[in-house]
Design a protein around this ligand. Structure first.
Ligand code: SAH
Ligand code: SF4
Ligand code: F3S
Length: 472
């Protein structure tokens, strides 16, 4: 799953929910909810489900936490600094909580699941702790707090997928939307906290996914991103076993909703991505030519102790298959971890040489951060000094910058179909959207608007952005 921790604060989701209650004068007033999300797209998607559940209870939303009755932080535990960010943010709410002690402060998501009651002990401001599978219980948890107790639900489920809940599109630009197709993760990558915070893998009913995508299309959305920690292991069967759907088949069924609806997905796992998926991508023009394929390391020994269950050769074979079936132009991005336990200098160089081989369009790069309770924390020593991790990470980032620029330069002189998502960040005279390969393209507005597909001739680029002009 792509991490959104890098999002700037102003991009982060802030929303409100209000529940009807009766004030001292007997007048009805709405309770308001403010919610912030951290971590991956899955968490952002979950906040939309939480909002939907609370709207059903009559809550309304606010983007000002100062006026909220309930403040929720949907938290991430993937690295130490993700948790630190949440703890710092909680401190910002202390003055408000002193002034208005009745304000309910709740923590949701992966850090809530990881810390459980410890969260209540360590952060006195927190009233509610709710793990990723307990969001239907939030109204009850709030009631417990109203009665003067702290409230917690961190049970993980084997079957909760929130399939029947229509998310409230919070951060929506009205053009692109996330759709969760599964929850949890059954892989046990040794560095990773997600299997502990999100529980067992389960796939959502195909019919509820198709219904949600169809409704998005009916409401003029132009792109859906299907979300899961490992989308390639999506597998759903009807109760009588008559209907069985794998990921390639799901992709096809979503693509068939309309050629006007683009389909993206994240995250693919190198051990599970099949040629069937690649051929399905090729068959449908509206399935975007972009694959996020985390590598984590370019060295087979390190991959083994990471328990990724593939080696360098396997990974490169998948890259070759992508290039053979979808062509050189298919966008590919990675996740890489620098300085995992016992990683030698030569093994780090294997990561750099893997990058040289693939020439990724984009990457998400991290220094290894030991997470308590994970297999690596139990069995391996976090023995790479911080400055070495940092230096290796910087080498990976610098190389990726070069590759991103070189890959972007390949687009110059080409006409690419761009789905407009809104104005460019710098000027309202320019629009911004993404091409098939998920690259940001900026071009003069003319008479185009959000939601349009525009053919753009790419004229120049940076490592991050393509710049062009509409071909009319
Ligand atoms: N399910 C996705 C990953 C979700 S977590 C997958 O398997 O690819 C997103 C990324 O965070 C991971 O791919 C990994 O690169 C990084 N990550 C996870 N745990 C980490 C840790 N302990 N330290 C540093 N980076 C980590
Ligand atoms: Fe974590 Fe591995 Fe699962 Fe991804 S596949 S969420 S890295 S355990
Ligand atoms: Fe996502 Fe962070 Fe949880 S990356 S799955 S919110 S630990």
């Amino acid at each position: 799953m792509r991490s959104l921790e890098i999002l700037k604060d102003e991009d982060k989701e802030a929303l409100e929910v209000a529940r009807i209650s009766v004030d001292e004068t007997g007048k009805e007033s709405k309770k308001k909810l403010y919610i912030e999300s951290y971590g991956c797209q899955m968490n952002f998607s979950d906040s939309e489900i939480v909002t939907s559940i609370l709207q059903e209870q009559g809550y309304a939303t606010t983007s000002q936490y100062e006026e909220a009755d309930v403040i929720l932080l949907n938290t991430c535990a993937i690295r130490e600094n993700a948790e630190q960010k949440v703890r710092n943010r909680l401190k910002n709410f202390t003055p408000l909580k002193k002034k208005k002690p009745q304000v309910v402060v709740g923590v949701l998501g992966c850090m809530a699941e990881r810390l459980k009651t410890k969260f209540l002990e360590e952060e006195k401001i927190v009233d509610v702790v709710a793990g990723p599978d307990s969001y239907r219980d939030l109204p009850n948890l709030f009631s417990e707090v109203d009665e003067g107790q702290k409230a917690i639900n961190v049970f993980l489920s084997r079957d909760e997928t929130y399939a029947d809940i229509t998310p409230v599109r919070l951060n929506s630009n009205g053009v692109t939307a996330f759709v969760s197709i599964m929850r949890g993760c059954d892989n046990m990558c040794s560095f990773c906290v997600v299997p502990f915070t999100r529980g067992r893998e389960r796939s959502r009913d195909v019919h509820s996914i198709l219904k949600e995508c169809q409704e998005l299309h009916d409401n003029n959305f132009k792109e859906v991103t299907l979300l899961g920690q490992n989308v390639d292991s999506y597998k759903w069967s009807s109760e009588d076993g008559a209907e069985t759907v794998n990921f390639a088949q799901l992709l096809e069924r979503v693509a068939l909703i309309s050629p006007e609806l683009r389909v993206r997905f994240s995250t693919s796992h190198p051990k599970d991505i099949t040629d069937e998926v690649l051929h399905t991508m090729k068959k449908y023009e509206n399935i975007c030519n972009y694959i996020h394929l985390p590598a984590q390391s370019g060295n087979s020994r390190v991959l083994k102790i990471m328990n990724r269950t593939y080696d360098r050769e396997w990974y490169l074979n998948r890259i070759d298959a992508i290039r053979a079936i979808l062509g050189e132009e298919c966008g590919i991005s990675h996740d890489l971890i620098a300085g995992f336990c016992t990683e030698t200098e030569d093994e780090h160089k294997d990561t750099l040489s893997l990058m040289e081989y693939v020439k990724y369009d984009y990457g998400y790069m991290f220094a290894y951060s030991e997470r308590p309770g994970t297999p690596a924390a139990k069995k391996l020593e976090d023995d790479i000094p911080e400055d070495v991790k940092k230096r290796r990470l910087n080498e990976i980032i610098a190389l990726q910058q070069q590759h991103s620029l070189a890959r972007n330069q390949m687009s110059i002189g080409k006409v690419q179909k761009v789905l407009v998502e809104g104005f460019s960040k710098r000027s309202d005279d320019f629009l911004q959207g993404r091409n098939d390969q998920n690259k940001v393209v900026v071009f003069p507005k003319l008479n185009f608007q959000k939601g349009d597909y525009v053919n753009v001739l790419i004229k120049e680029c940076t490592a991050a952005t393509l710049i062009g002009e509409a071909v009319v």
